[in-house]
Design a protein around this ligand. Structure first.
Ligand code: OOG
Ligand code: NI
Length: 462
């Protein structure tokens, strides 16, 4: 039997989840509460609950996050995820995101077609340390950091060989698949190797993310995130289960209109025992906080115009709250006020104003006779119905917030020093692959559905 890329991806997501659940019990609690909430939403709202993905998809849905140190390591990650049909999508610069000073740039590996996303949308937010950014790393530290990173090996050669074979041949036979999945899962476990105290501490003075990445000889999944259909209900329930979440839900506010983009919340990394090698060579036990938990609710993907509106409202919220100390409830109330005033409250209006993405489908009970040619008329006349496309990506501000909430030190950034030019083109070069633009992917899914509708209705293509 052959396991194709889709089956490998689904199996890998299950294995990572089992590994993370065994090692980080609070994650298991989060998954349990998410599933409890999802069952309730399904019972309460029926088919509506599945408007942004089948309950099967949502129940299995996870995203993970990893961080690597060098372009060579990132290129290897791209091969491993490539074997599972996960392509790099989007560019996030966390060095620049609002309120953030984390020395990484990031992308997300995920499936890109509607069919693959429906089968299993597993995605991994992947960050790469920018060692050449002088604002964080002086010349001497940069040299020692790059030497340390250059000498470590995150992935065994056999894993990369199997990944390349899977990608070239469209899958692996059962025995090779088993080996691939075992090696891949192990590569993302937390290592039991002693951590060098002095080296870790030196990097931590610059940034705890730099220490997490470059202070140890391996990488690890730092969180794994289930999807929930009602994140406000989940948030309220978590403290009852003994888990303290960060004080807010990131992303759009709770409001009366459709869910848009992405809302996330997390709990802080828990102290986990680790071995340290002290400067005098002694081994001592201490703890590190590097693995945390997050949960998210996904909404409708927005167009560039929708995103510009989102960003404008986020800036307006900052302005409205400038200089005020507010709690999460007040913050939500102010944000929701801005949204109610500016964002269309129905899917139909969002579609009509081209603020969000939808797929189009010929209605089973459509009128008889010749259909009108325009989409607006087809929708108004009941020939065609629209279904929202779910947002499959991330938000840089929220990502910065997630990073920020887990920093163990303020870090040090020399704002007078030169940054390093590292944009989407450079990242694509590092990956040696197309770096997909998320908007193009959503637009392609929309265009494909429109072409099908026109064909089914016997209308000429646009
Ligand atoms: C990644 C943080 C970003 C999200 O969901 O926005 C992220 C990290 O902490 O490495 O996962
Ligand atoms: Ni995340």
């Amino acid at each position: 039997m052959m396991m194709d890329a889709t089956a490998l991806r689904a199996a890998f997501a299950r294995r990572l989840s089992a590994m993370y659940g065994a090692e980080v019990p609070a994650y298991t609690t989060l998954v349990e509460v998410a599933q409890e909430v999802n069952r309730e939403v399904l019972a309460r709202t029926g088919a509506d609950a599945e408007r942004l993905g089948s309950i099967g998809r949502v129940t299995a849905e996870r995203h993970g996050a990893i961080r690597v140190g060098t372009p060579a390591e990132l290129a290897q990650v791209a091969r491993i995820f490539g074997a599972m049909g996960m392509r790099p999508v989007g560019f996030y610069d966390l060095r620049e995101a609002a309120g953030s000073s984390v020395p990484v740039v990031s992308t997300a590996f995920r499936p890109v077609t509607a069919a693959e996303l429906a089968a299993n949308p597993f995605r991994v937010f992947t960050s790469m340390l920018v060692t050449g950014d002088r604002r964080f790393f002086g010349e001497d530290l940069r040299r020692r950091l790059e030497a340390f990173l250059g000498a470590r090996r995150l992935f065994p050669p056999r894993l990369l060989e199997l990944a390349d074979r899977a990608e070239a041949e469209g899958g692996l036979d059962d025995a090779a698949a088993e080996e691939f999945l075992t090696l891949a899962t192990r590569s993302f476990e937390l290592s039991r190797e002693p951590v060098s105290r002095g080296w870790y501490a030196e990097l931590e003075r610059v940034s705890s993310v730099a220490a997490d990445i470059g202070g140890v000889p391996s990488t690890h999944v730092n969180h794994l995130t289930p999807r929930v259909l009602d994140i406000d209900a989940l948030y309220a329930r978590m403290s009852g289960r003994g888990i303290t979440m960060i004080d807010a839900i990131q992303g759009p506010p709770r409001w009366s209109g459709p869910d848009l983009l992405l809302r996330q919340t997390s709990f802080r990394a828990l102290a986990e025992p680790r071995l340290f090698r002290e400067d005098d060579g002694r081994i001592a036990e201490d703890d590190l906080r590097v693995r945390f938990g997050e949960v998210e609710a996904r909404g409708i993907a927005v167009t560039p115009a929708g995103r510009a509106l989102y960003d404008e409202l986020a800036a307006a919220l900052d302005d409205a709250l400038a200089g005020r100390r507010v709690d999460a409830e007040e913050r939500n109330a102010v944000a929701a006020g801005l949204w109610e005033a500016r964002v269309p409250g129905t899917e139909a209006e969002l579609a009509a104003r081209d603020l969000a993405y939808f797929t189009f489908h010929t209605a089973a009970d459509r009128p008889s006779g010749p259909p009108p040619a325009g989409l607006a008329e087809l929708l108004a006349g009941g020939w065609v119905s629209a279904r929202p496309i779910v947002y499959e990506d991330f938000l840089p501000r929220s990502a910065a917030g997630i990073f920020q909430s887990n920093l163990t030190s303020d870090g040090a950034k020399d704002v007078t020093a030169a940054g390093a030019d590292l944009g989407p083109d450079e990242l694509a070069g590092v990956l040696g692959r197309t770096l997909h633009d998320p908007y193009e992917l959503y637009a392609a899914i929309r265009a494909e559905s429109l072409a099908r509708v026109r064909e089914e209705l016997g209308l000429p293509g646009e």
